[in-house]
Write a protein that binds this ligand. Structure first.
Ligand code: TYM
Length: 329
């Protein structure tokens, strides 16, 4: 049984990118692994230090984990800030994380460009905290989307450095995991690359049908292919990528053939895509609304998760202190 860890920042509701990049795999992994899935609320403070909705968002993400089929008995579902051992390991690991490598991290450089008025130390050490999330349970596999690849490389660097420095073989070197397939990147439908909350192009799992239709119908397209079997430009490929995850194979094939023989009508494709997204998200939307009413179940799940996560984390902290040579007088 392998140890698996992954998390999602509670900066809002979960979107289709979160689902297909991460959550879908969480659900599949919980059957055969020792899984720790958490809500990365400390991470969200790096960009949203004053989030008025933080508590609400944490609760919503937990509900959405449960609505997607995560089982608090099978997996350990917890909130990052419920585990005080995490900040302790974060402090210890920061001692062996170098300024240069943290500054070179793509997501840090990106944030500096976009939010030059809030380049805080938490943002710089985001990759150390993420490494801690994984190493605190000594996980081997981390189901994430493609955008997290570099963070995983850094996690391996930190783990290897710790092992080398203290001459131990304590931390495993974890890898990003997607059942043997390439890591996923779900595109936005506005031609801006990745679907994301901060990109402002997300379609949420709990979004209502009218709003989904509106967003999909607004998706960018072009004037259509003029040569049979031509390569799809990025905005069109993005629509097909969405079809490939939410629609049937037949539907995908129908529009792919239409594209290849230049008879495609993008309006029809978008209508079909919107309906398929609505059908795909409907059970999730209903389940989340139902669960949200059950405060007791939510807090019981969070308490159980915190207990299990702390037991595992405490063991790692005990070992890490011993390895480093921290002792009580
Ligand atoms: P976050 O909160 O941005 O996203 C959560 C998960 O969703 C995936 N994801 C996507 N996958 C494919 N296509 C997309 N458009 C897309 N958008 C988001 C992300 O890859 C991620 O798996 N740093 C992490 C949170 C984190 C974490 C961890 C993850 C903190 N500690 C430890 C794993 C292990 C983040 O910001 O993800």
């Amino acid at each position: 049984m392998e140890i698996v860890v992954s998390g999602i920042r509670p900066t809002g509701n979960l979107h289709l990118g979160n689902y297909f990049g991460a959550l879908k795999n969480f659900v599949q992994m919980q059957e055969q692994n020792n899984c720790y899935f958490f809500i990365a609320d400390y991470h969200s403070l790096t960009t949203h230090p004053k989030s008025e909705n933080l508590h609400e968002n944490v609760k919503n993400v937990l509900v959405q984990y449960l609505a997607a089929g995560l089982d608090p008995e099978k997996s350990t579902l917890y909130v990052q800030s419920d585990v005080p051992e995490i900040p302790e390991l974060y402090l210890l690991l920061n001692m062996i994380a170098y300024l240069g490598e943290l500054e070179r991290c793509t997501s840090f450089k990106d944030k500096v460009r976009k939010h030059s008025n809030n380049v805080n130390a938490g943002l710089l050490t985001y990759p150390t905290l993420m490494a801690v999330d994984i190493l605190i349970h000594r996980a081997a596999k981390v189901p994430v989307g493609k955008d997290q690849q570099q963070h995983l490389e850094m996690t391996r660097d930190f783990a290897a450095r710790f092992n080398r420095l203290y001459n131990v073989d304590y931390f495993p070197l974890p890898t990003a995991f997607n059942f043997g397939e390439e890591l996923v990147k779900i595109p936005g439908l506005d031609g801006s690359g990745k679907m994301g909350k901060s990109e402002g192009n997300a379609i949420y799992l709990t979004e209502d049908p009218a709003s989904i239709r509106k967003k999909v119908m607004k998706a960018l397209t072009d004037s259509g292919p003029t040569e049979p079997n031509s390569e799809k430009p990025e905005v069109i490929q993005n629509l097909f990528t969405m079809l490939s995850v939410v629609s049937s194979l037949d539907t995908y094939q129908f529009f792919d053939d239409a594209y290849n023989n230049c008879s495609i009508r993008y309006g029809d494709l978008k209508k079909q895509l919107a309906e398929d997204i609505i059908a795909f998200t409907a059970p999730f939307r209903e389940k989340a609304a139902e669960l949200l009413k059950d405060e007791q179940y939510i807090s019981r799940a969070a308490r159980l998760g915190a207990e299990k996560a702390r037991a595992s984390a405490a063991q790692t902290i005990k070992n890490a202190r011993e390895i480093i040579g921290i002792k009580h007088l």
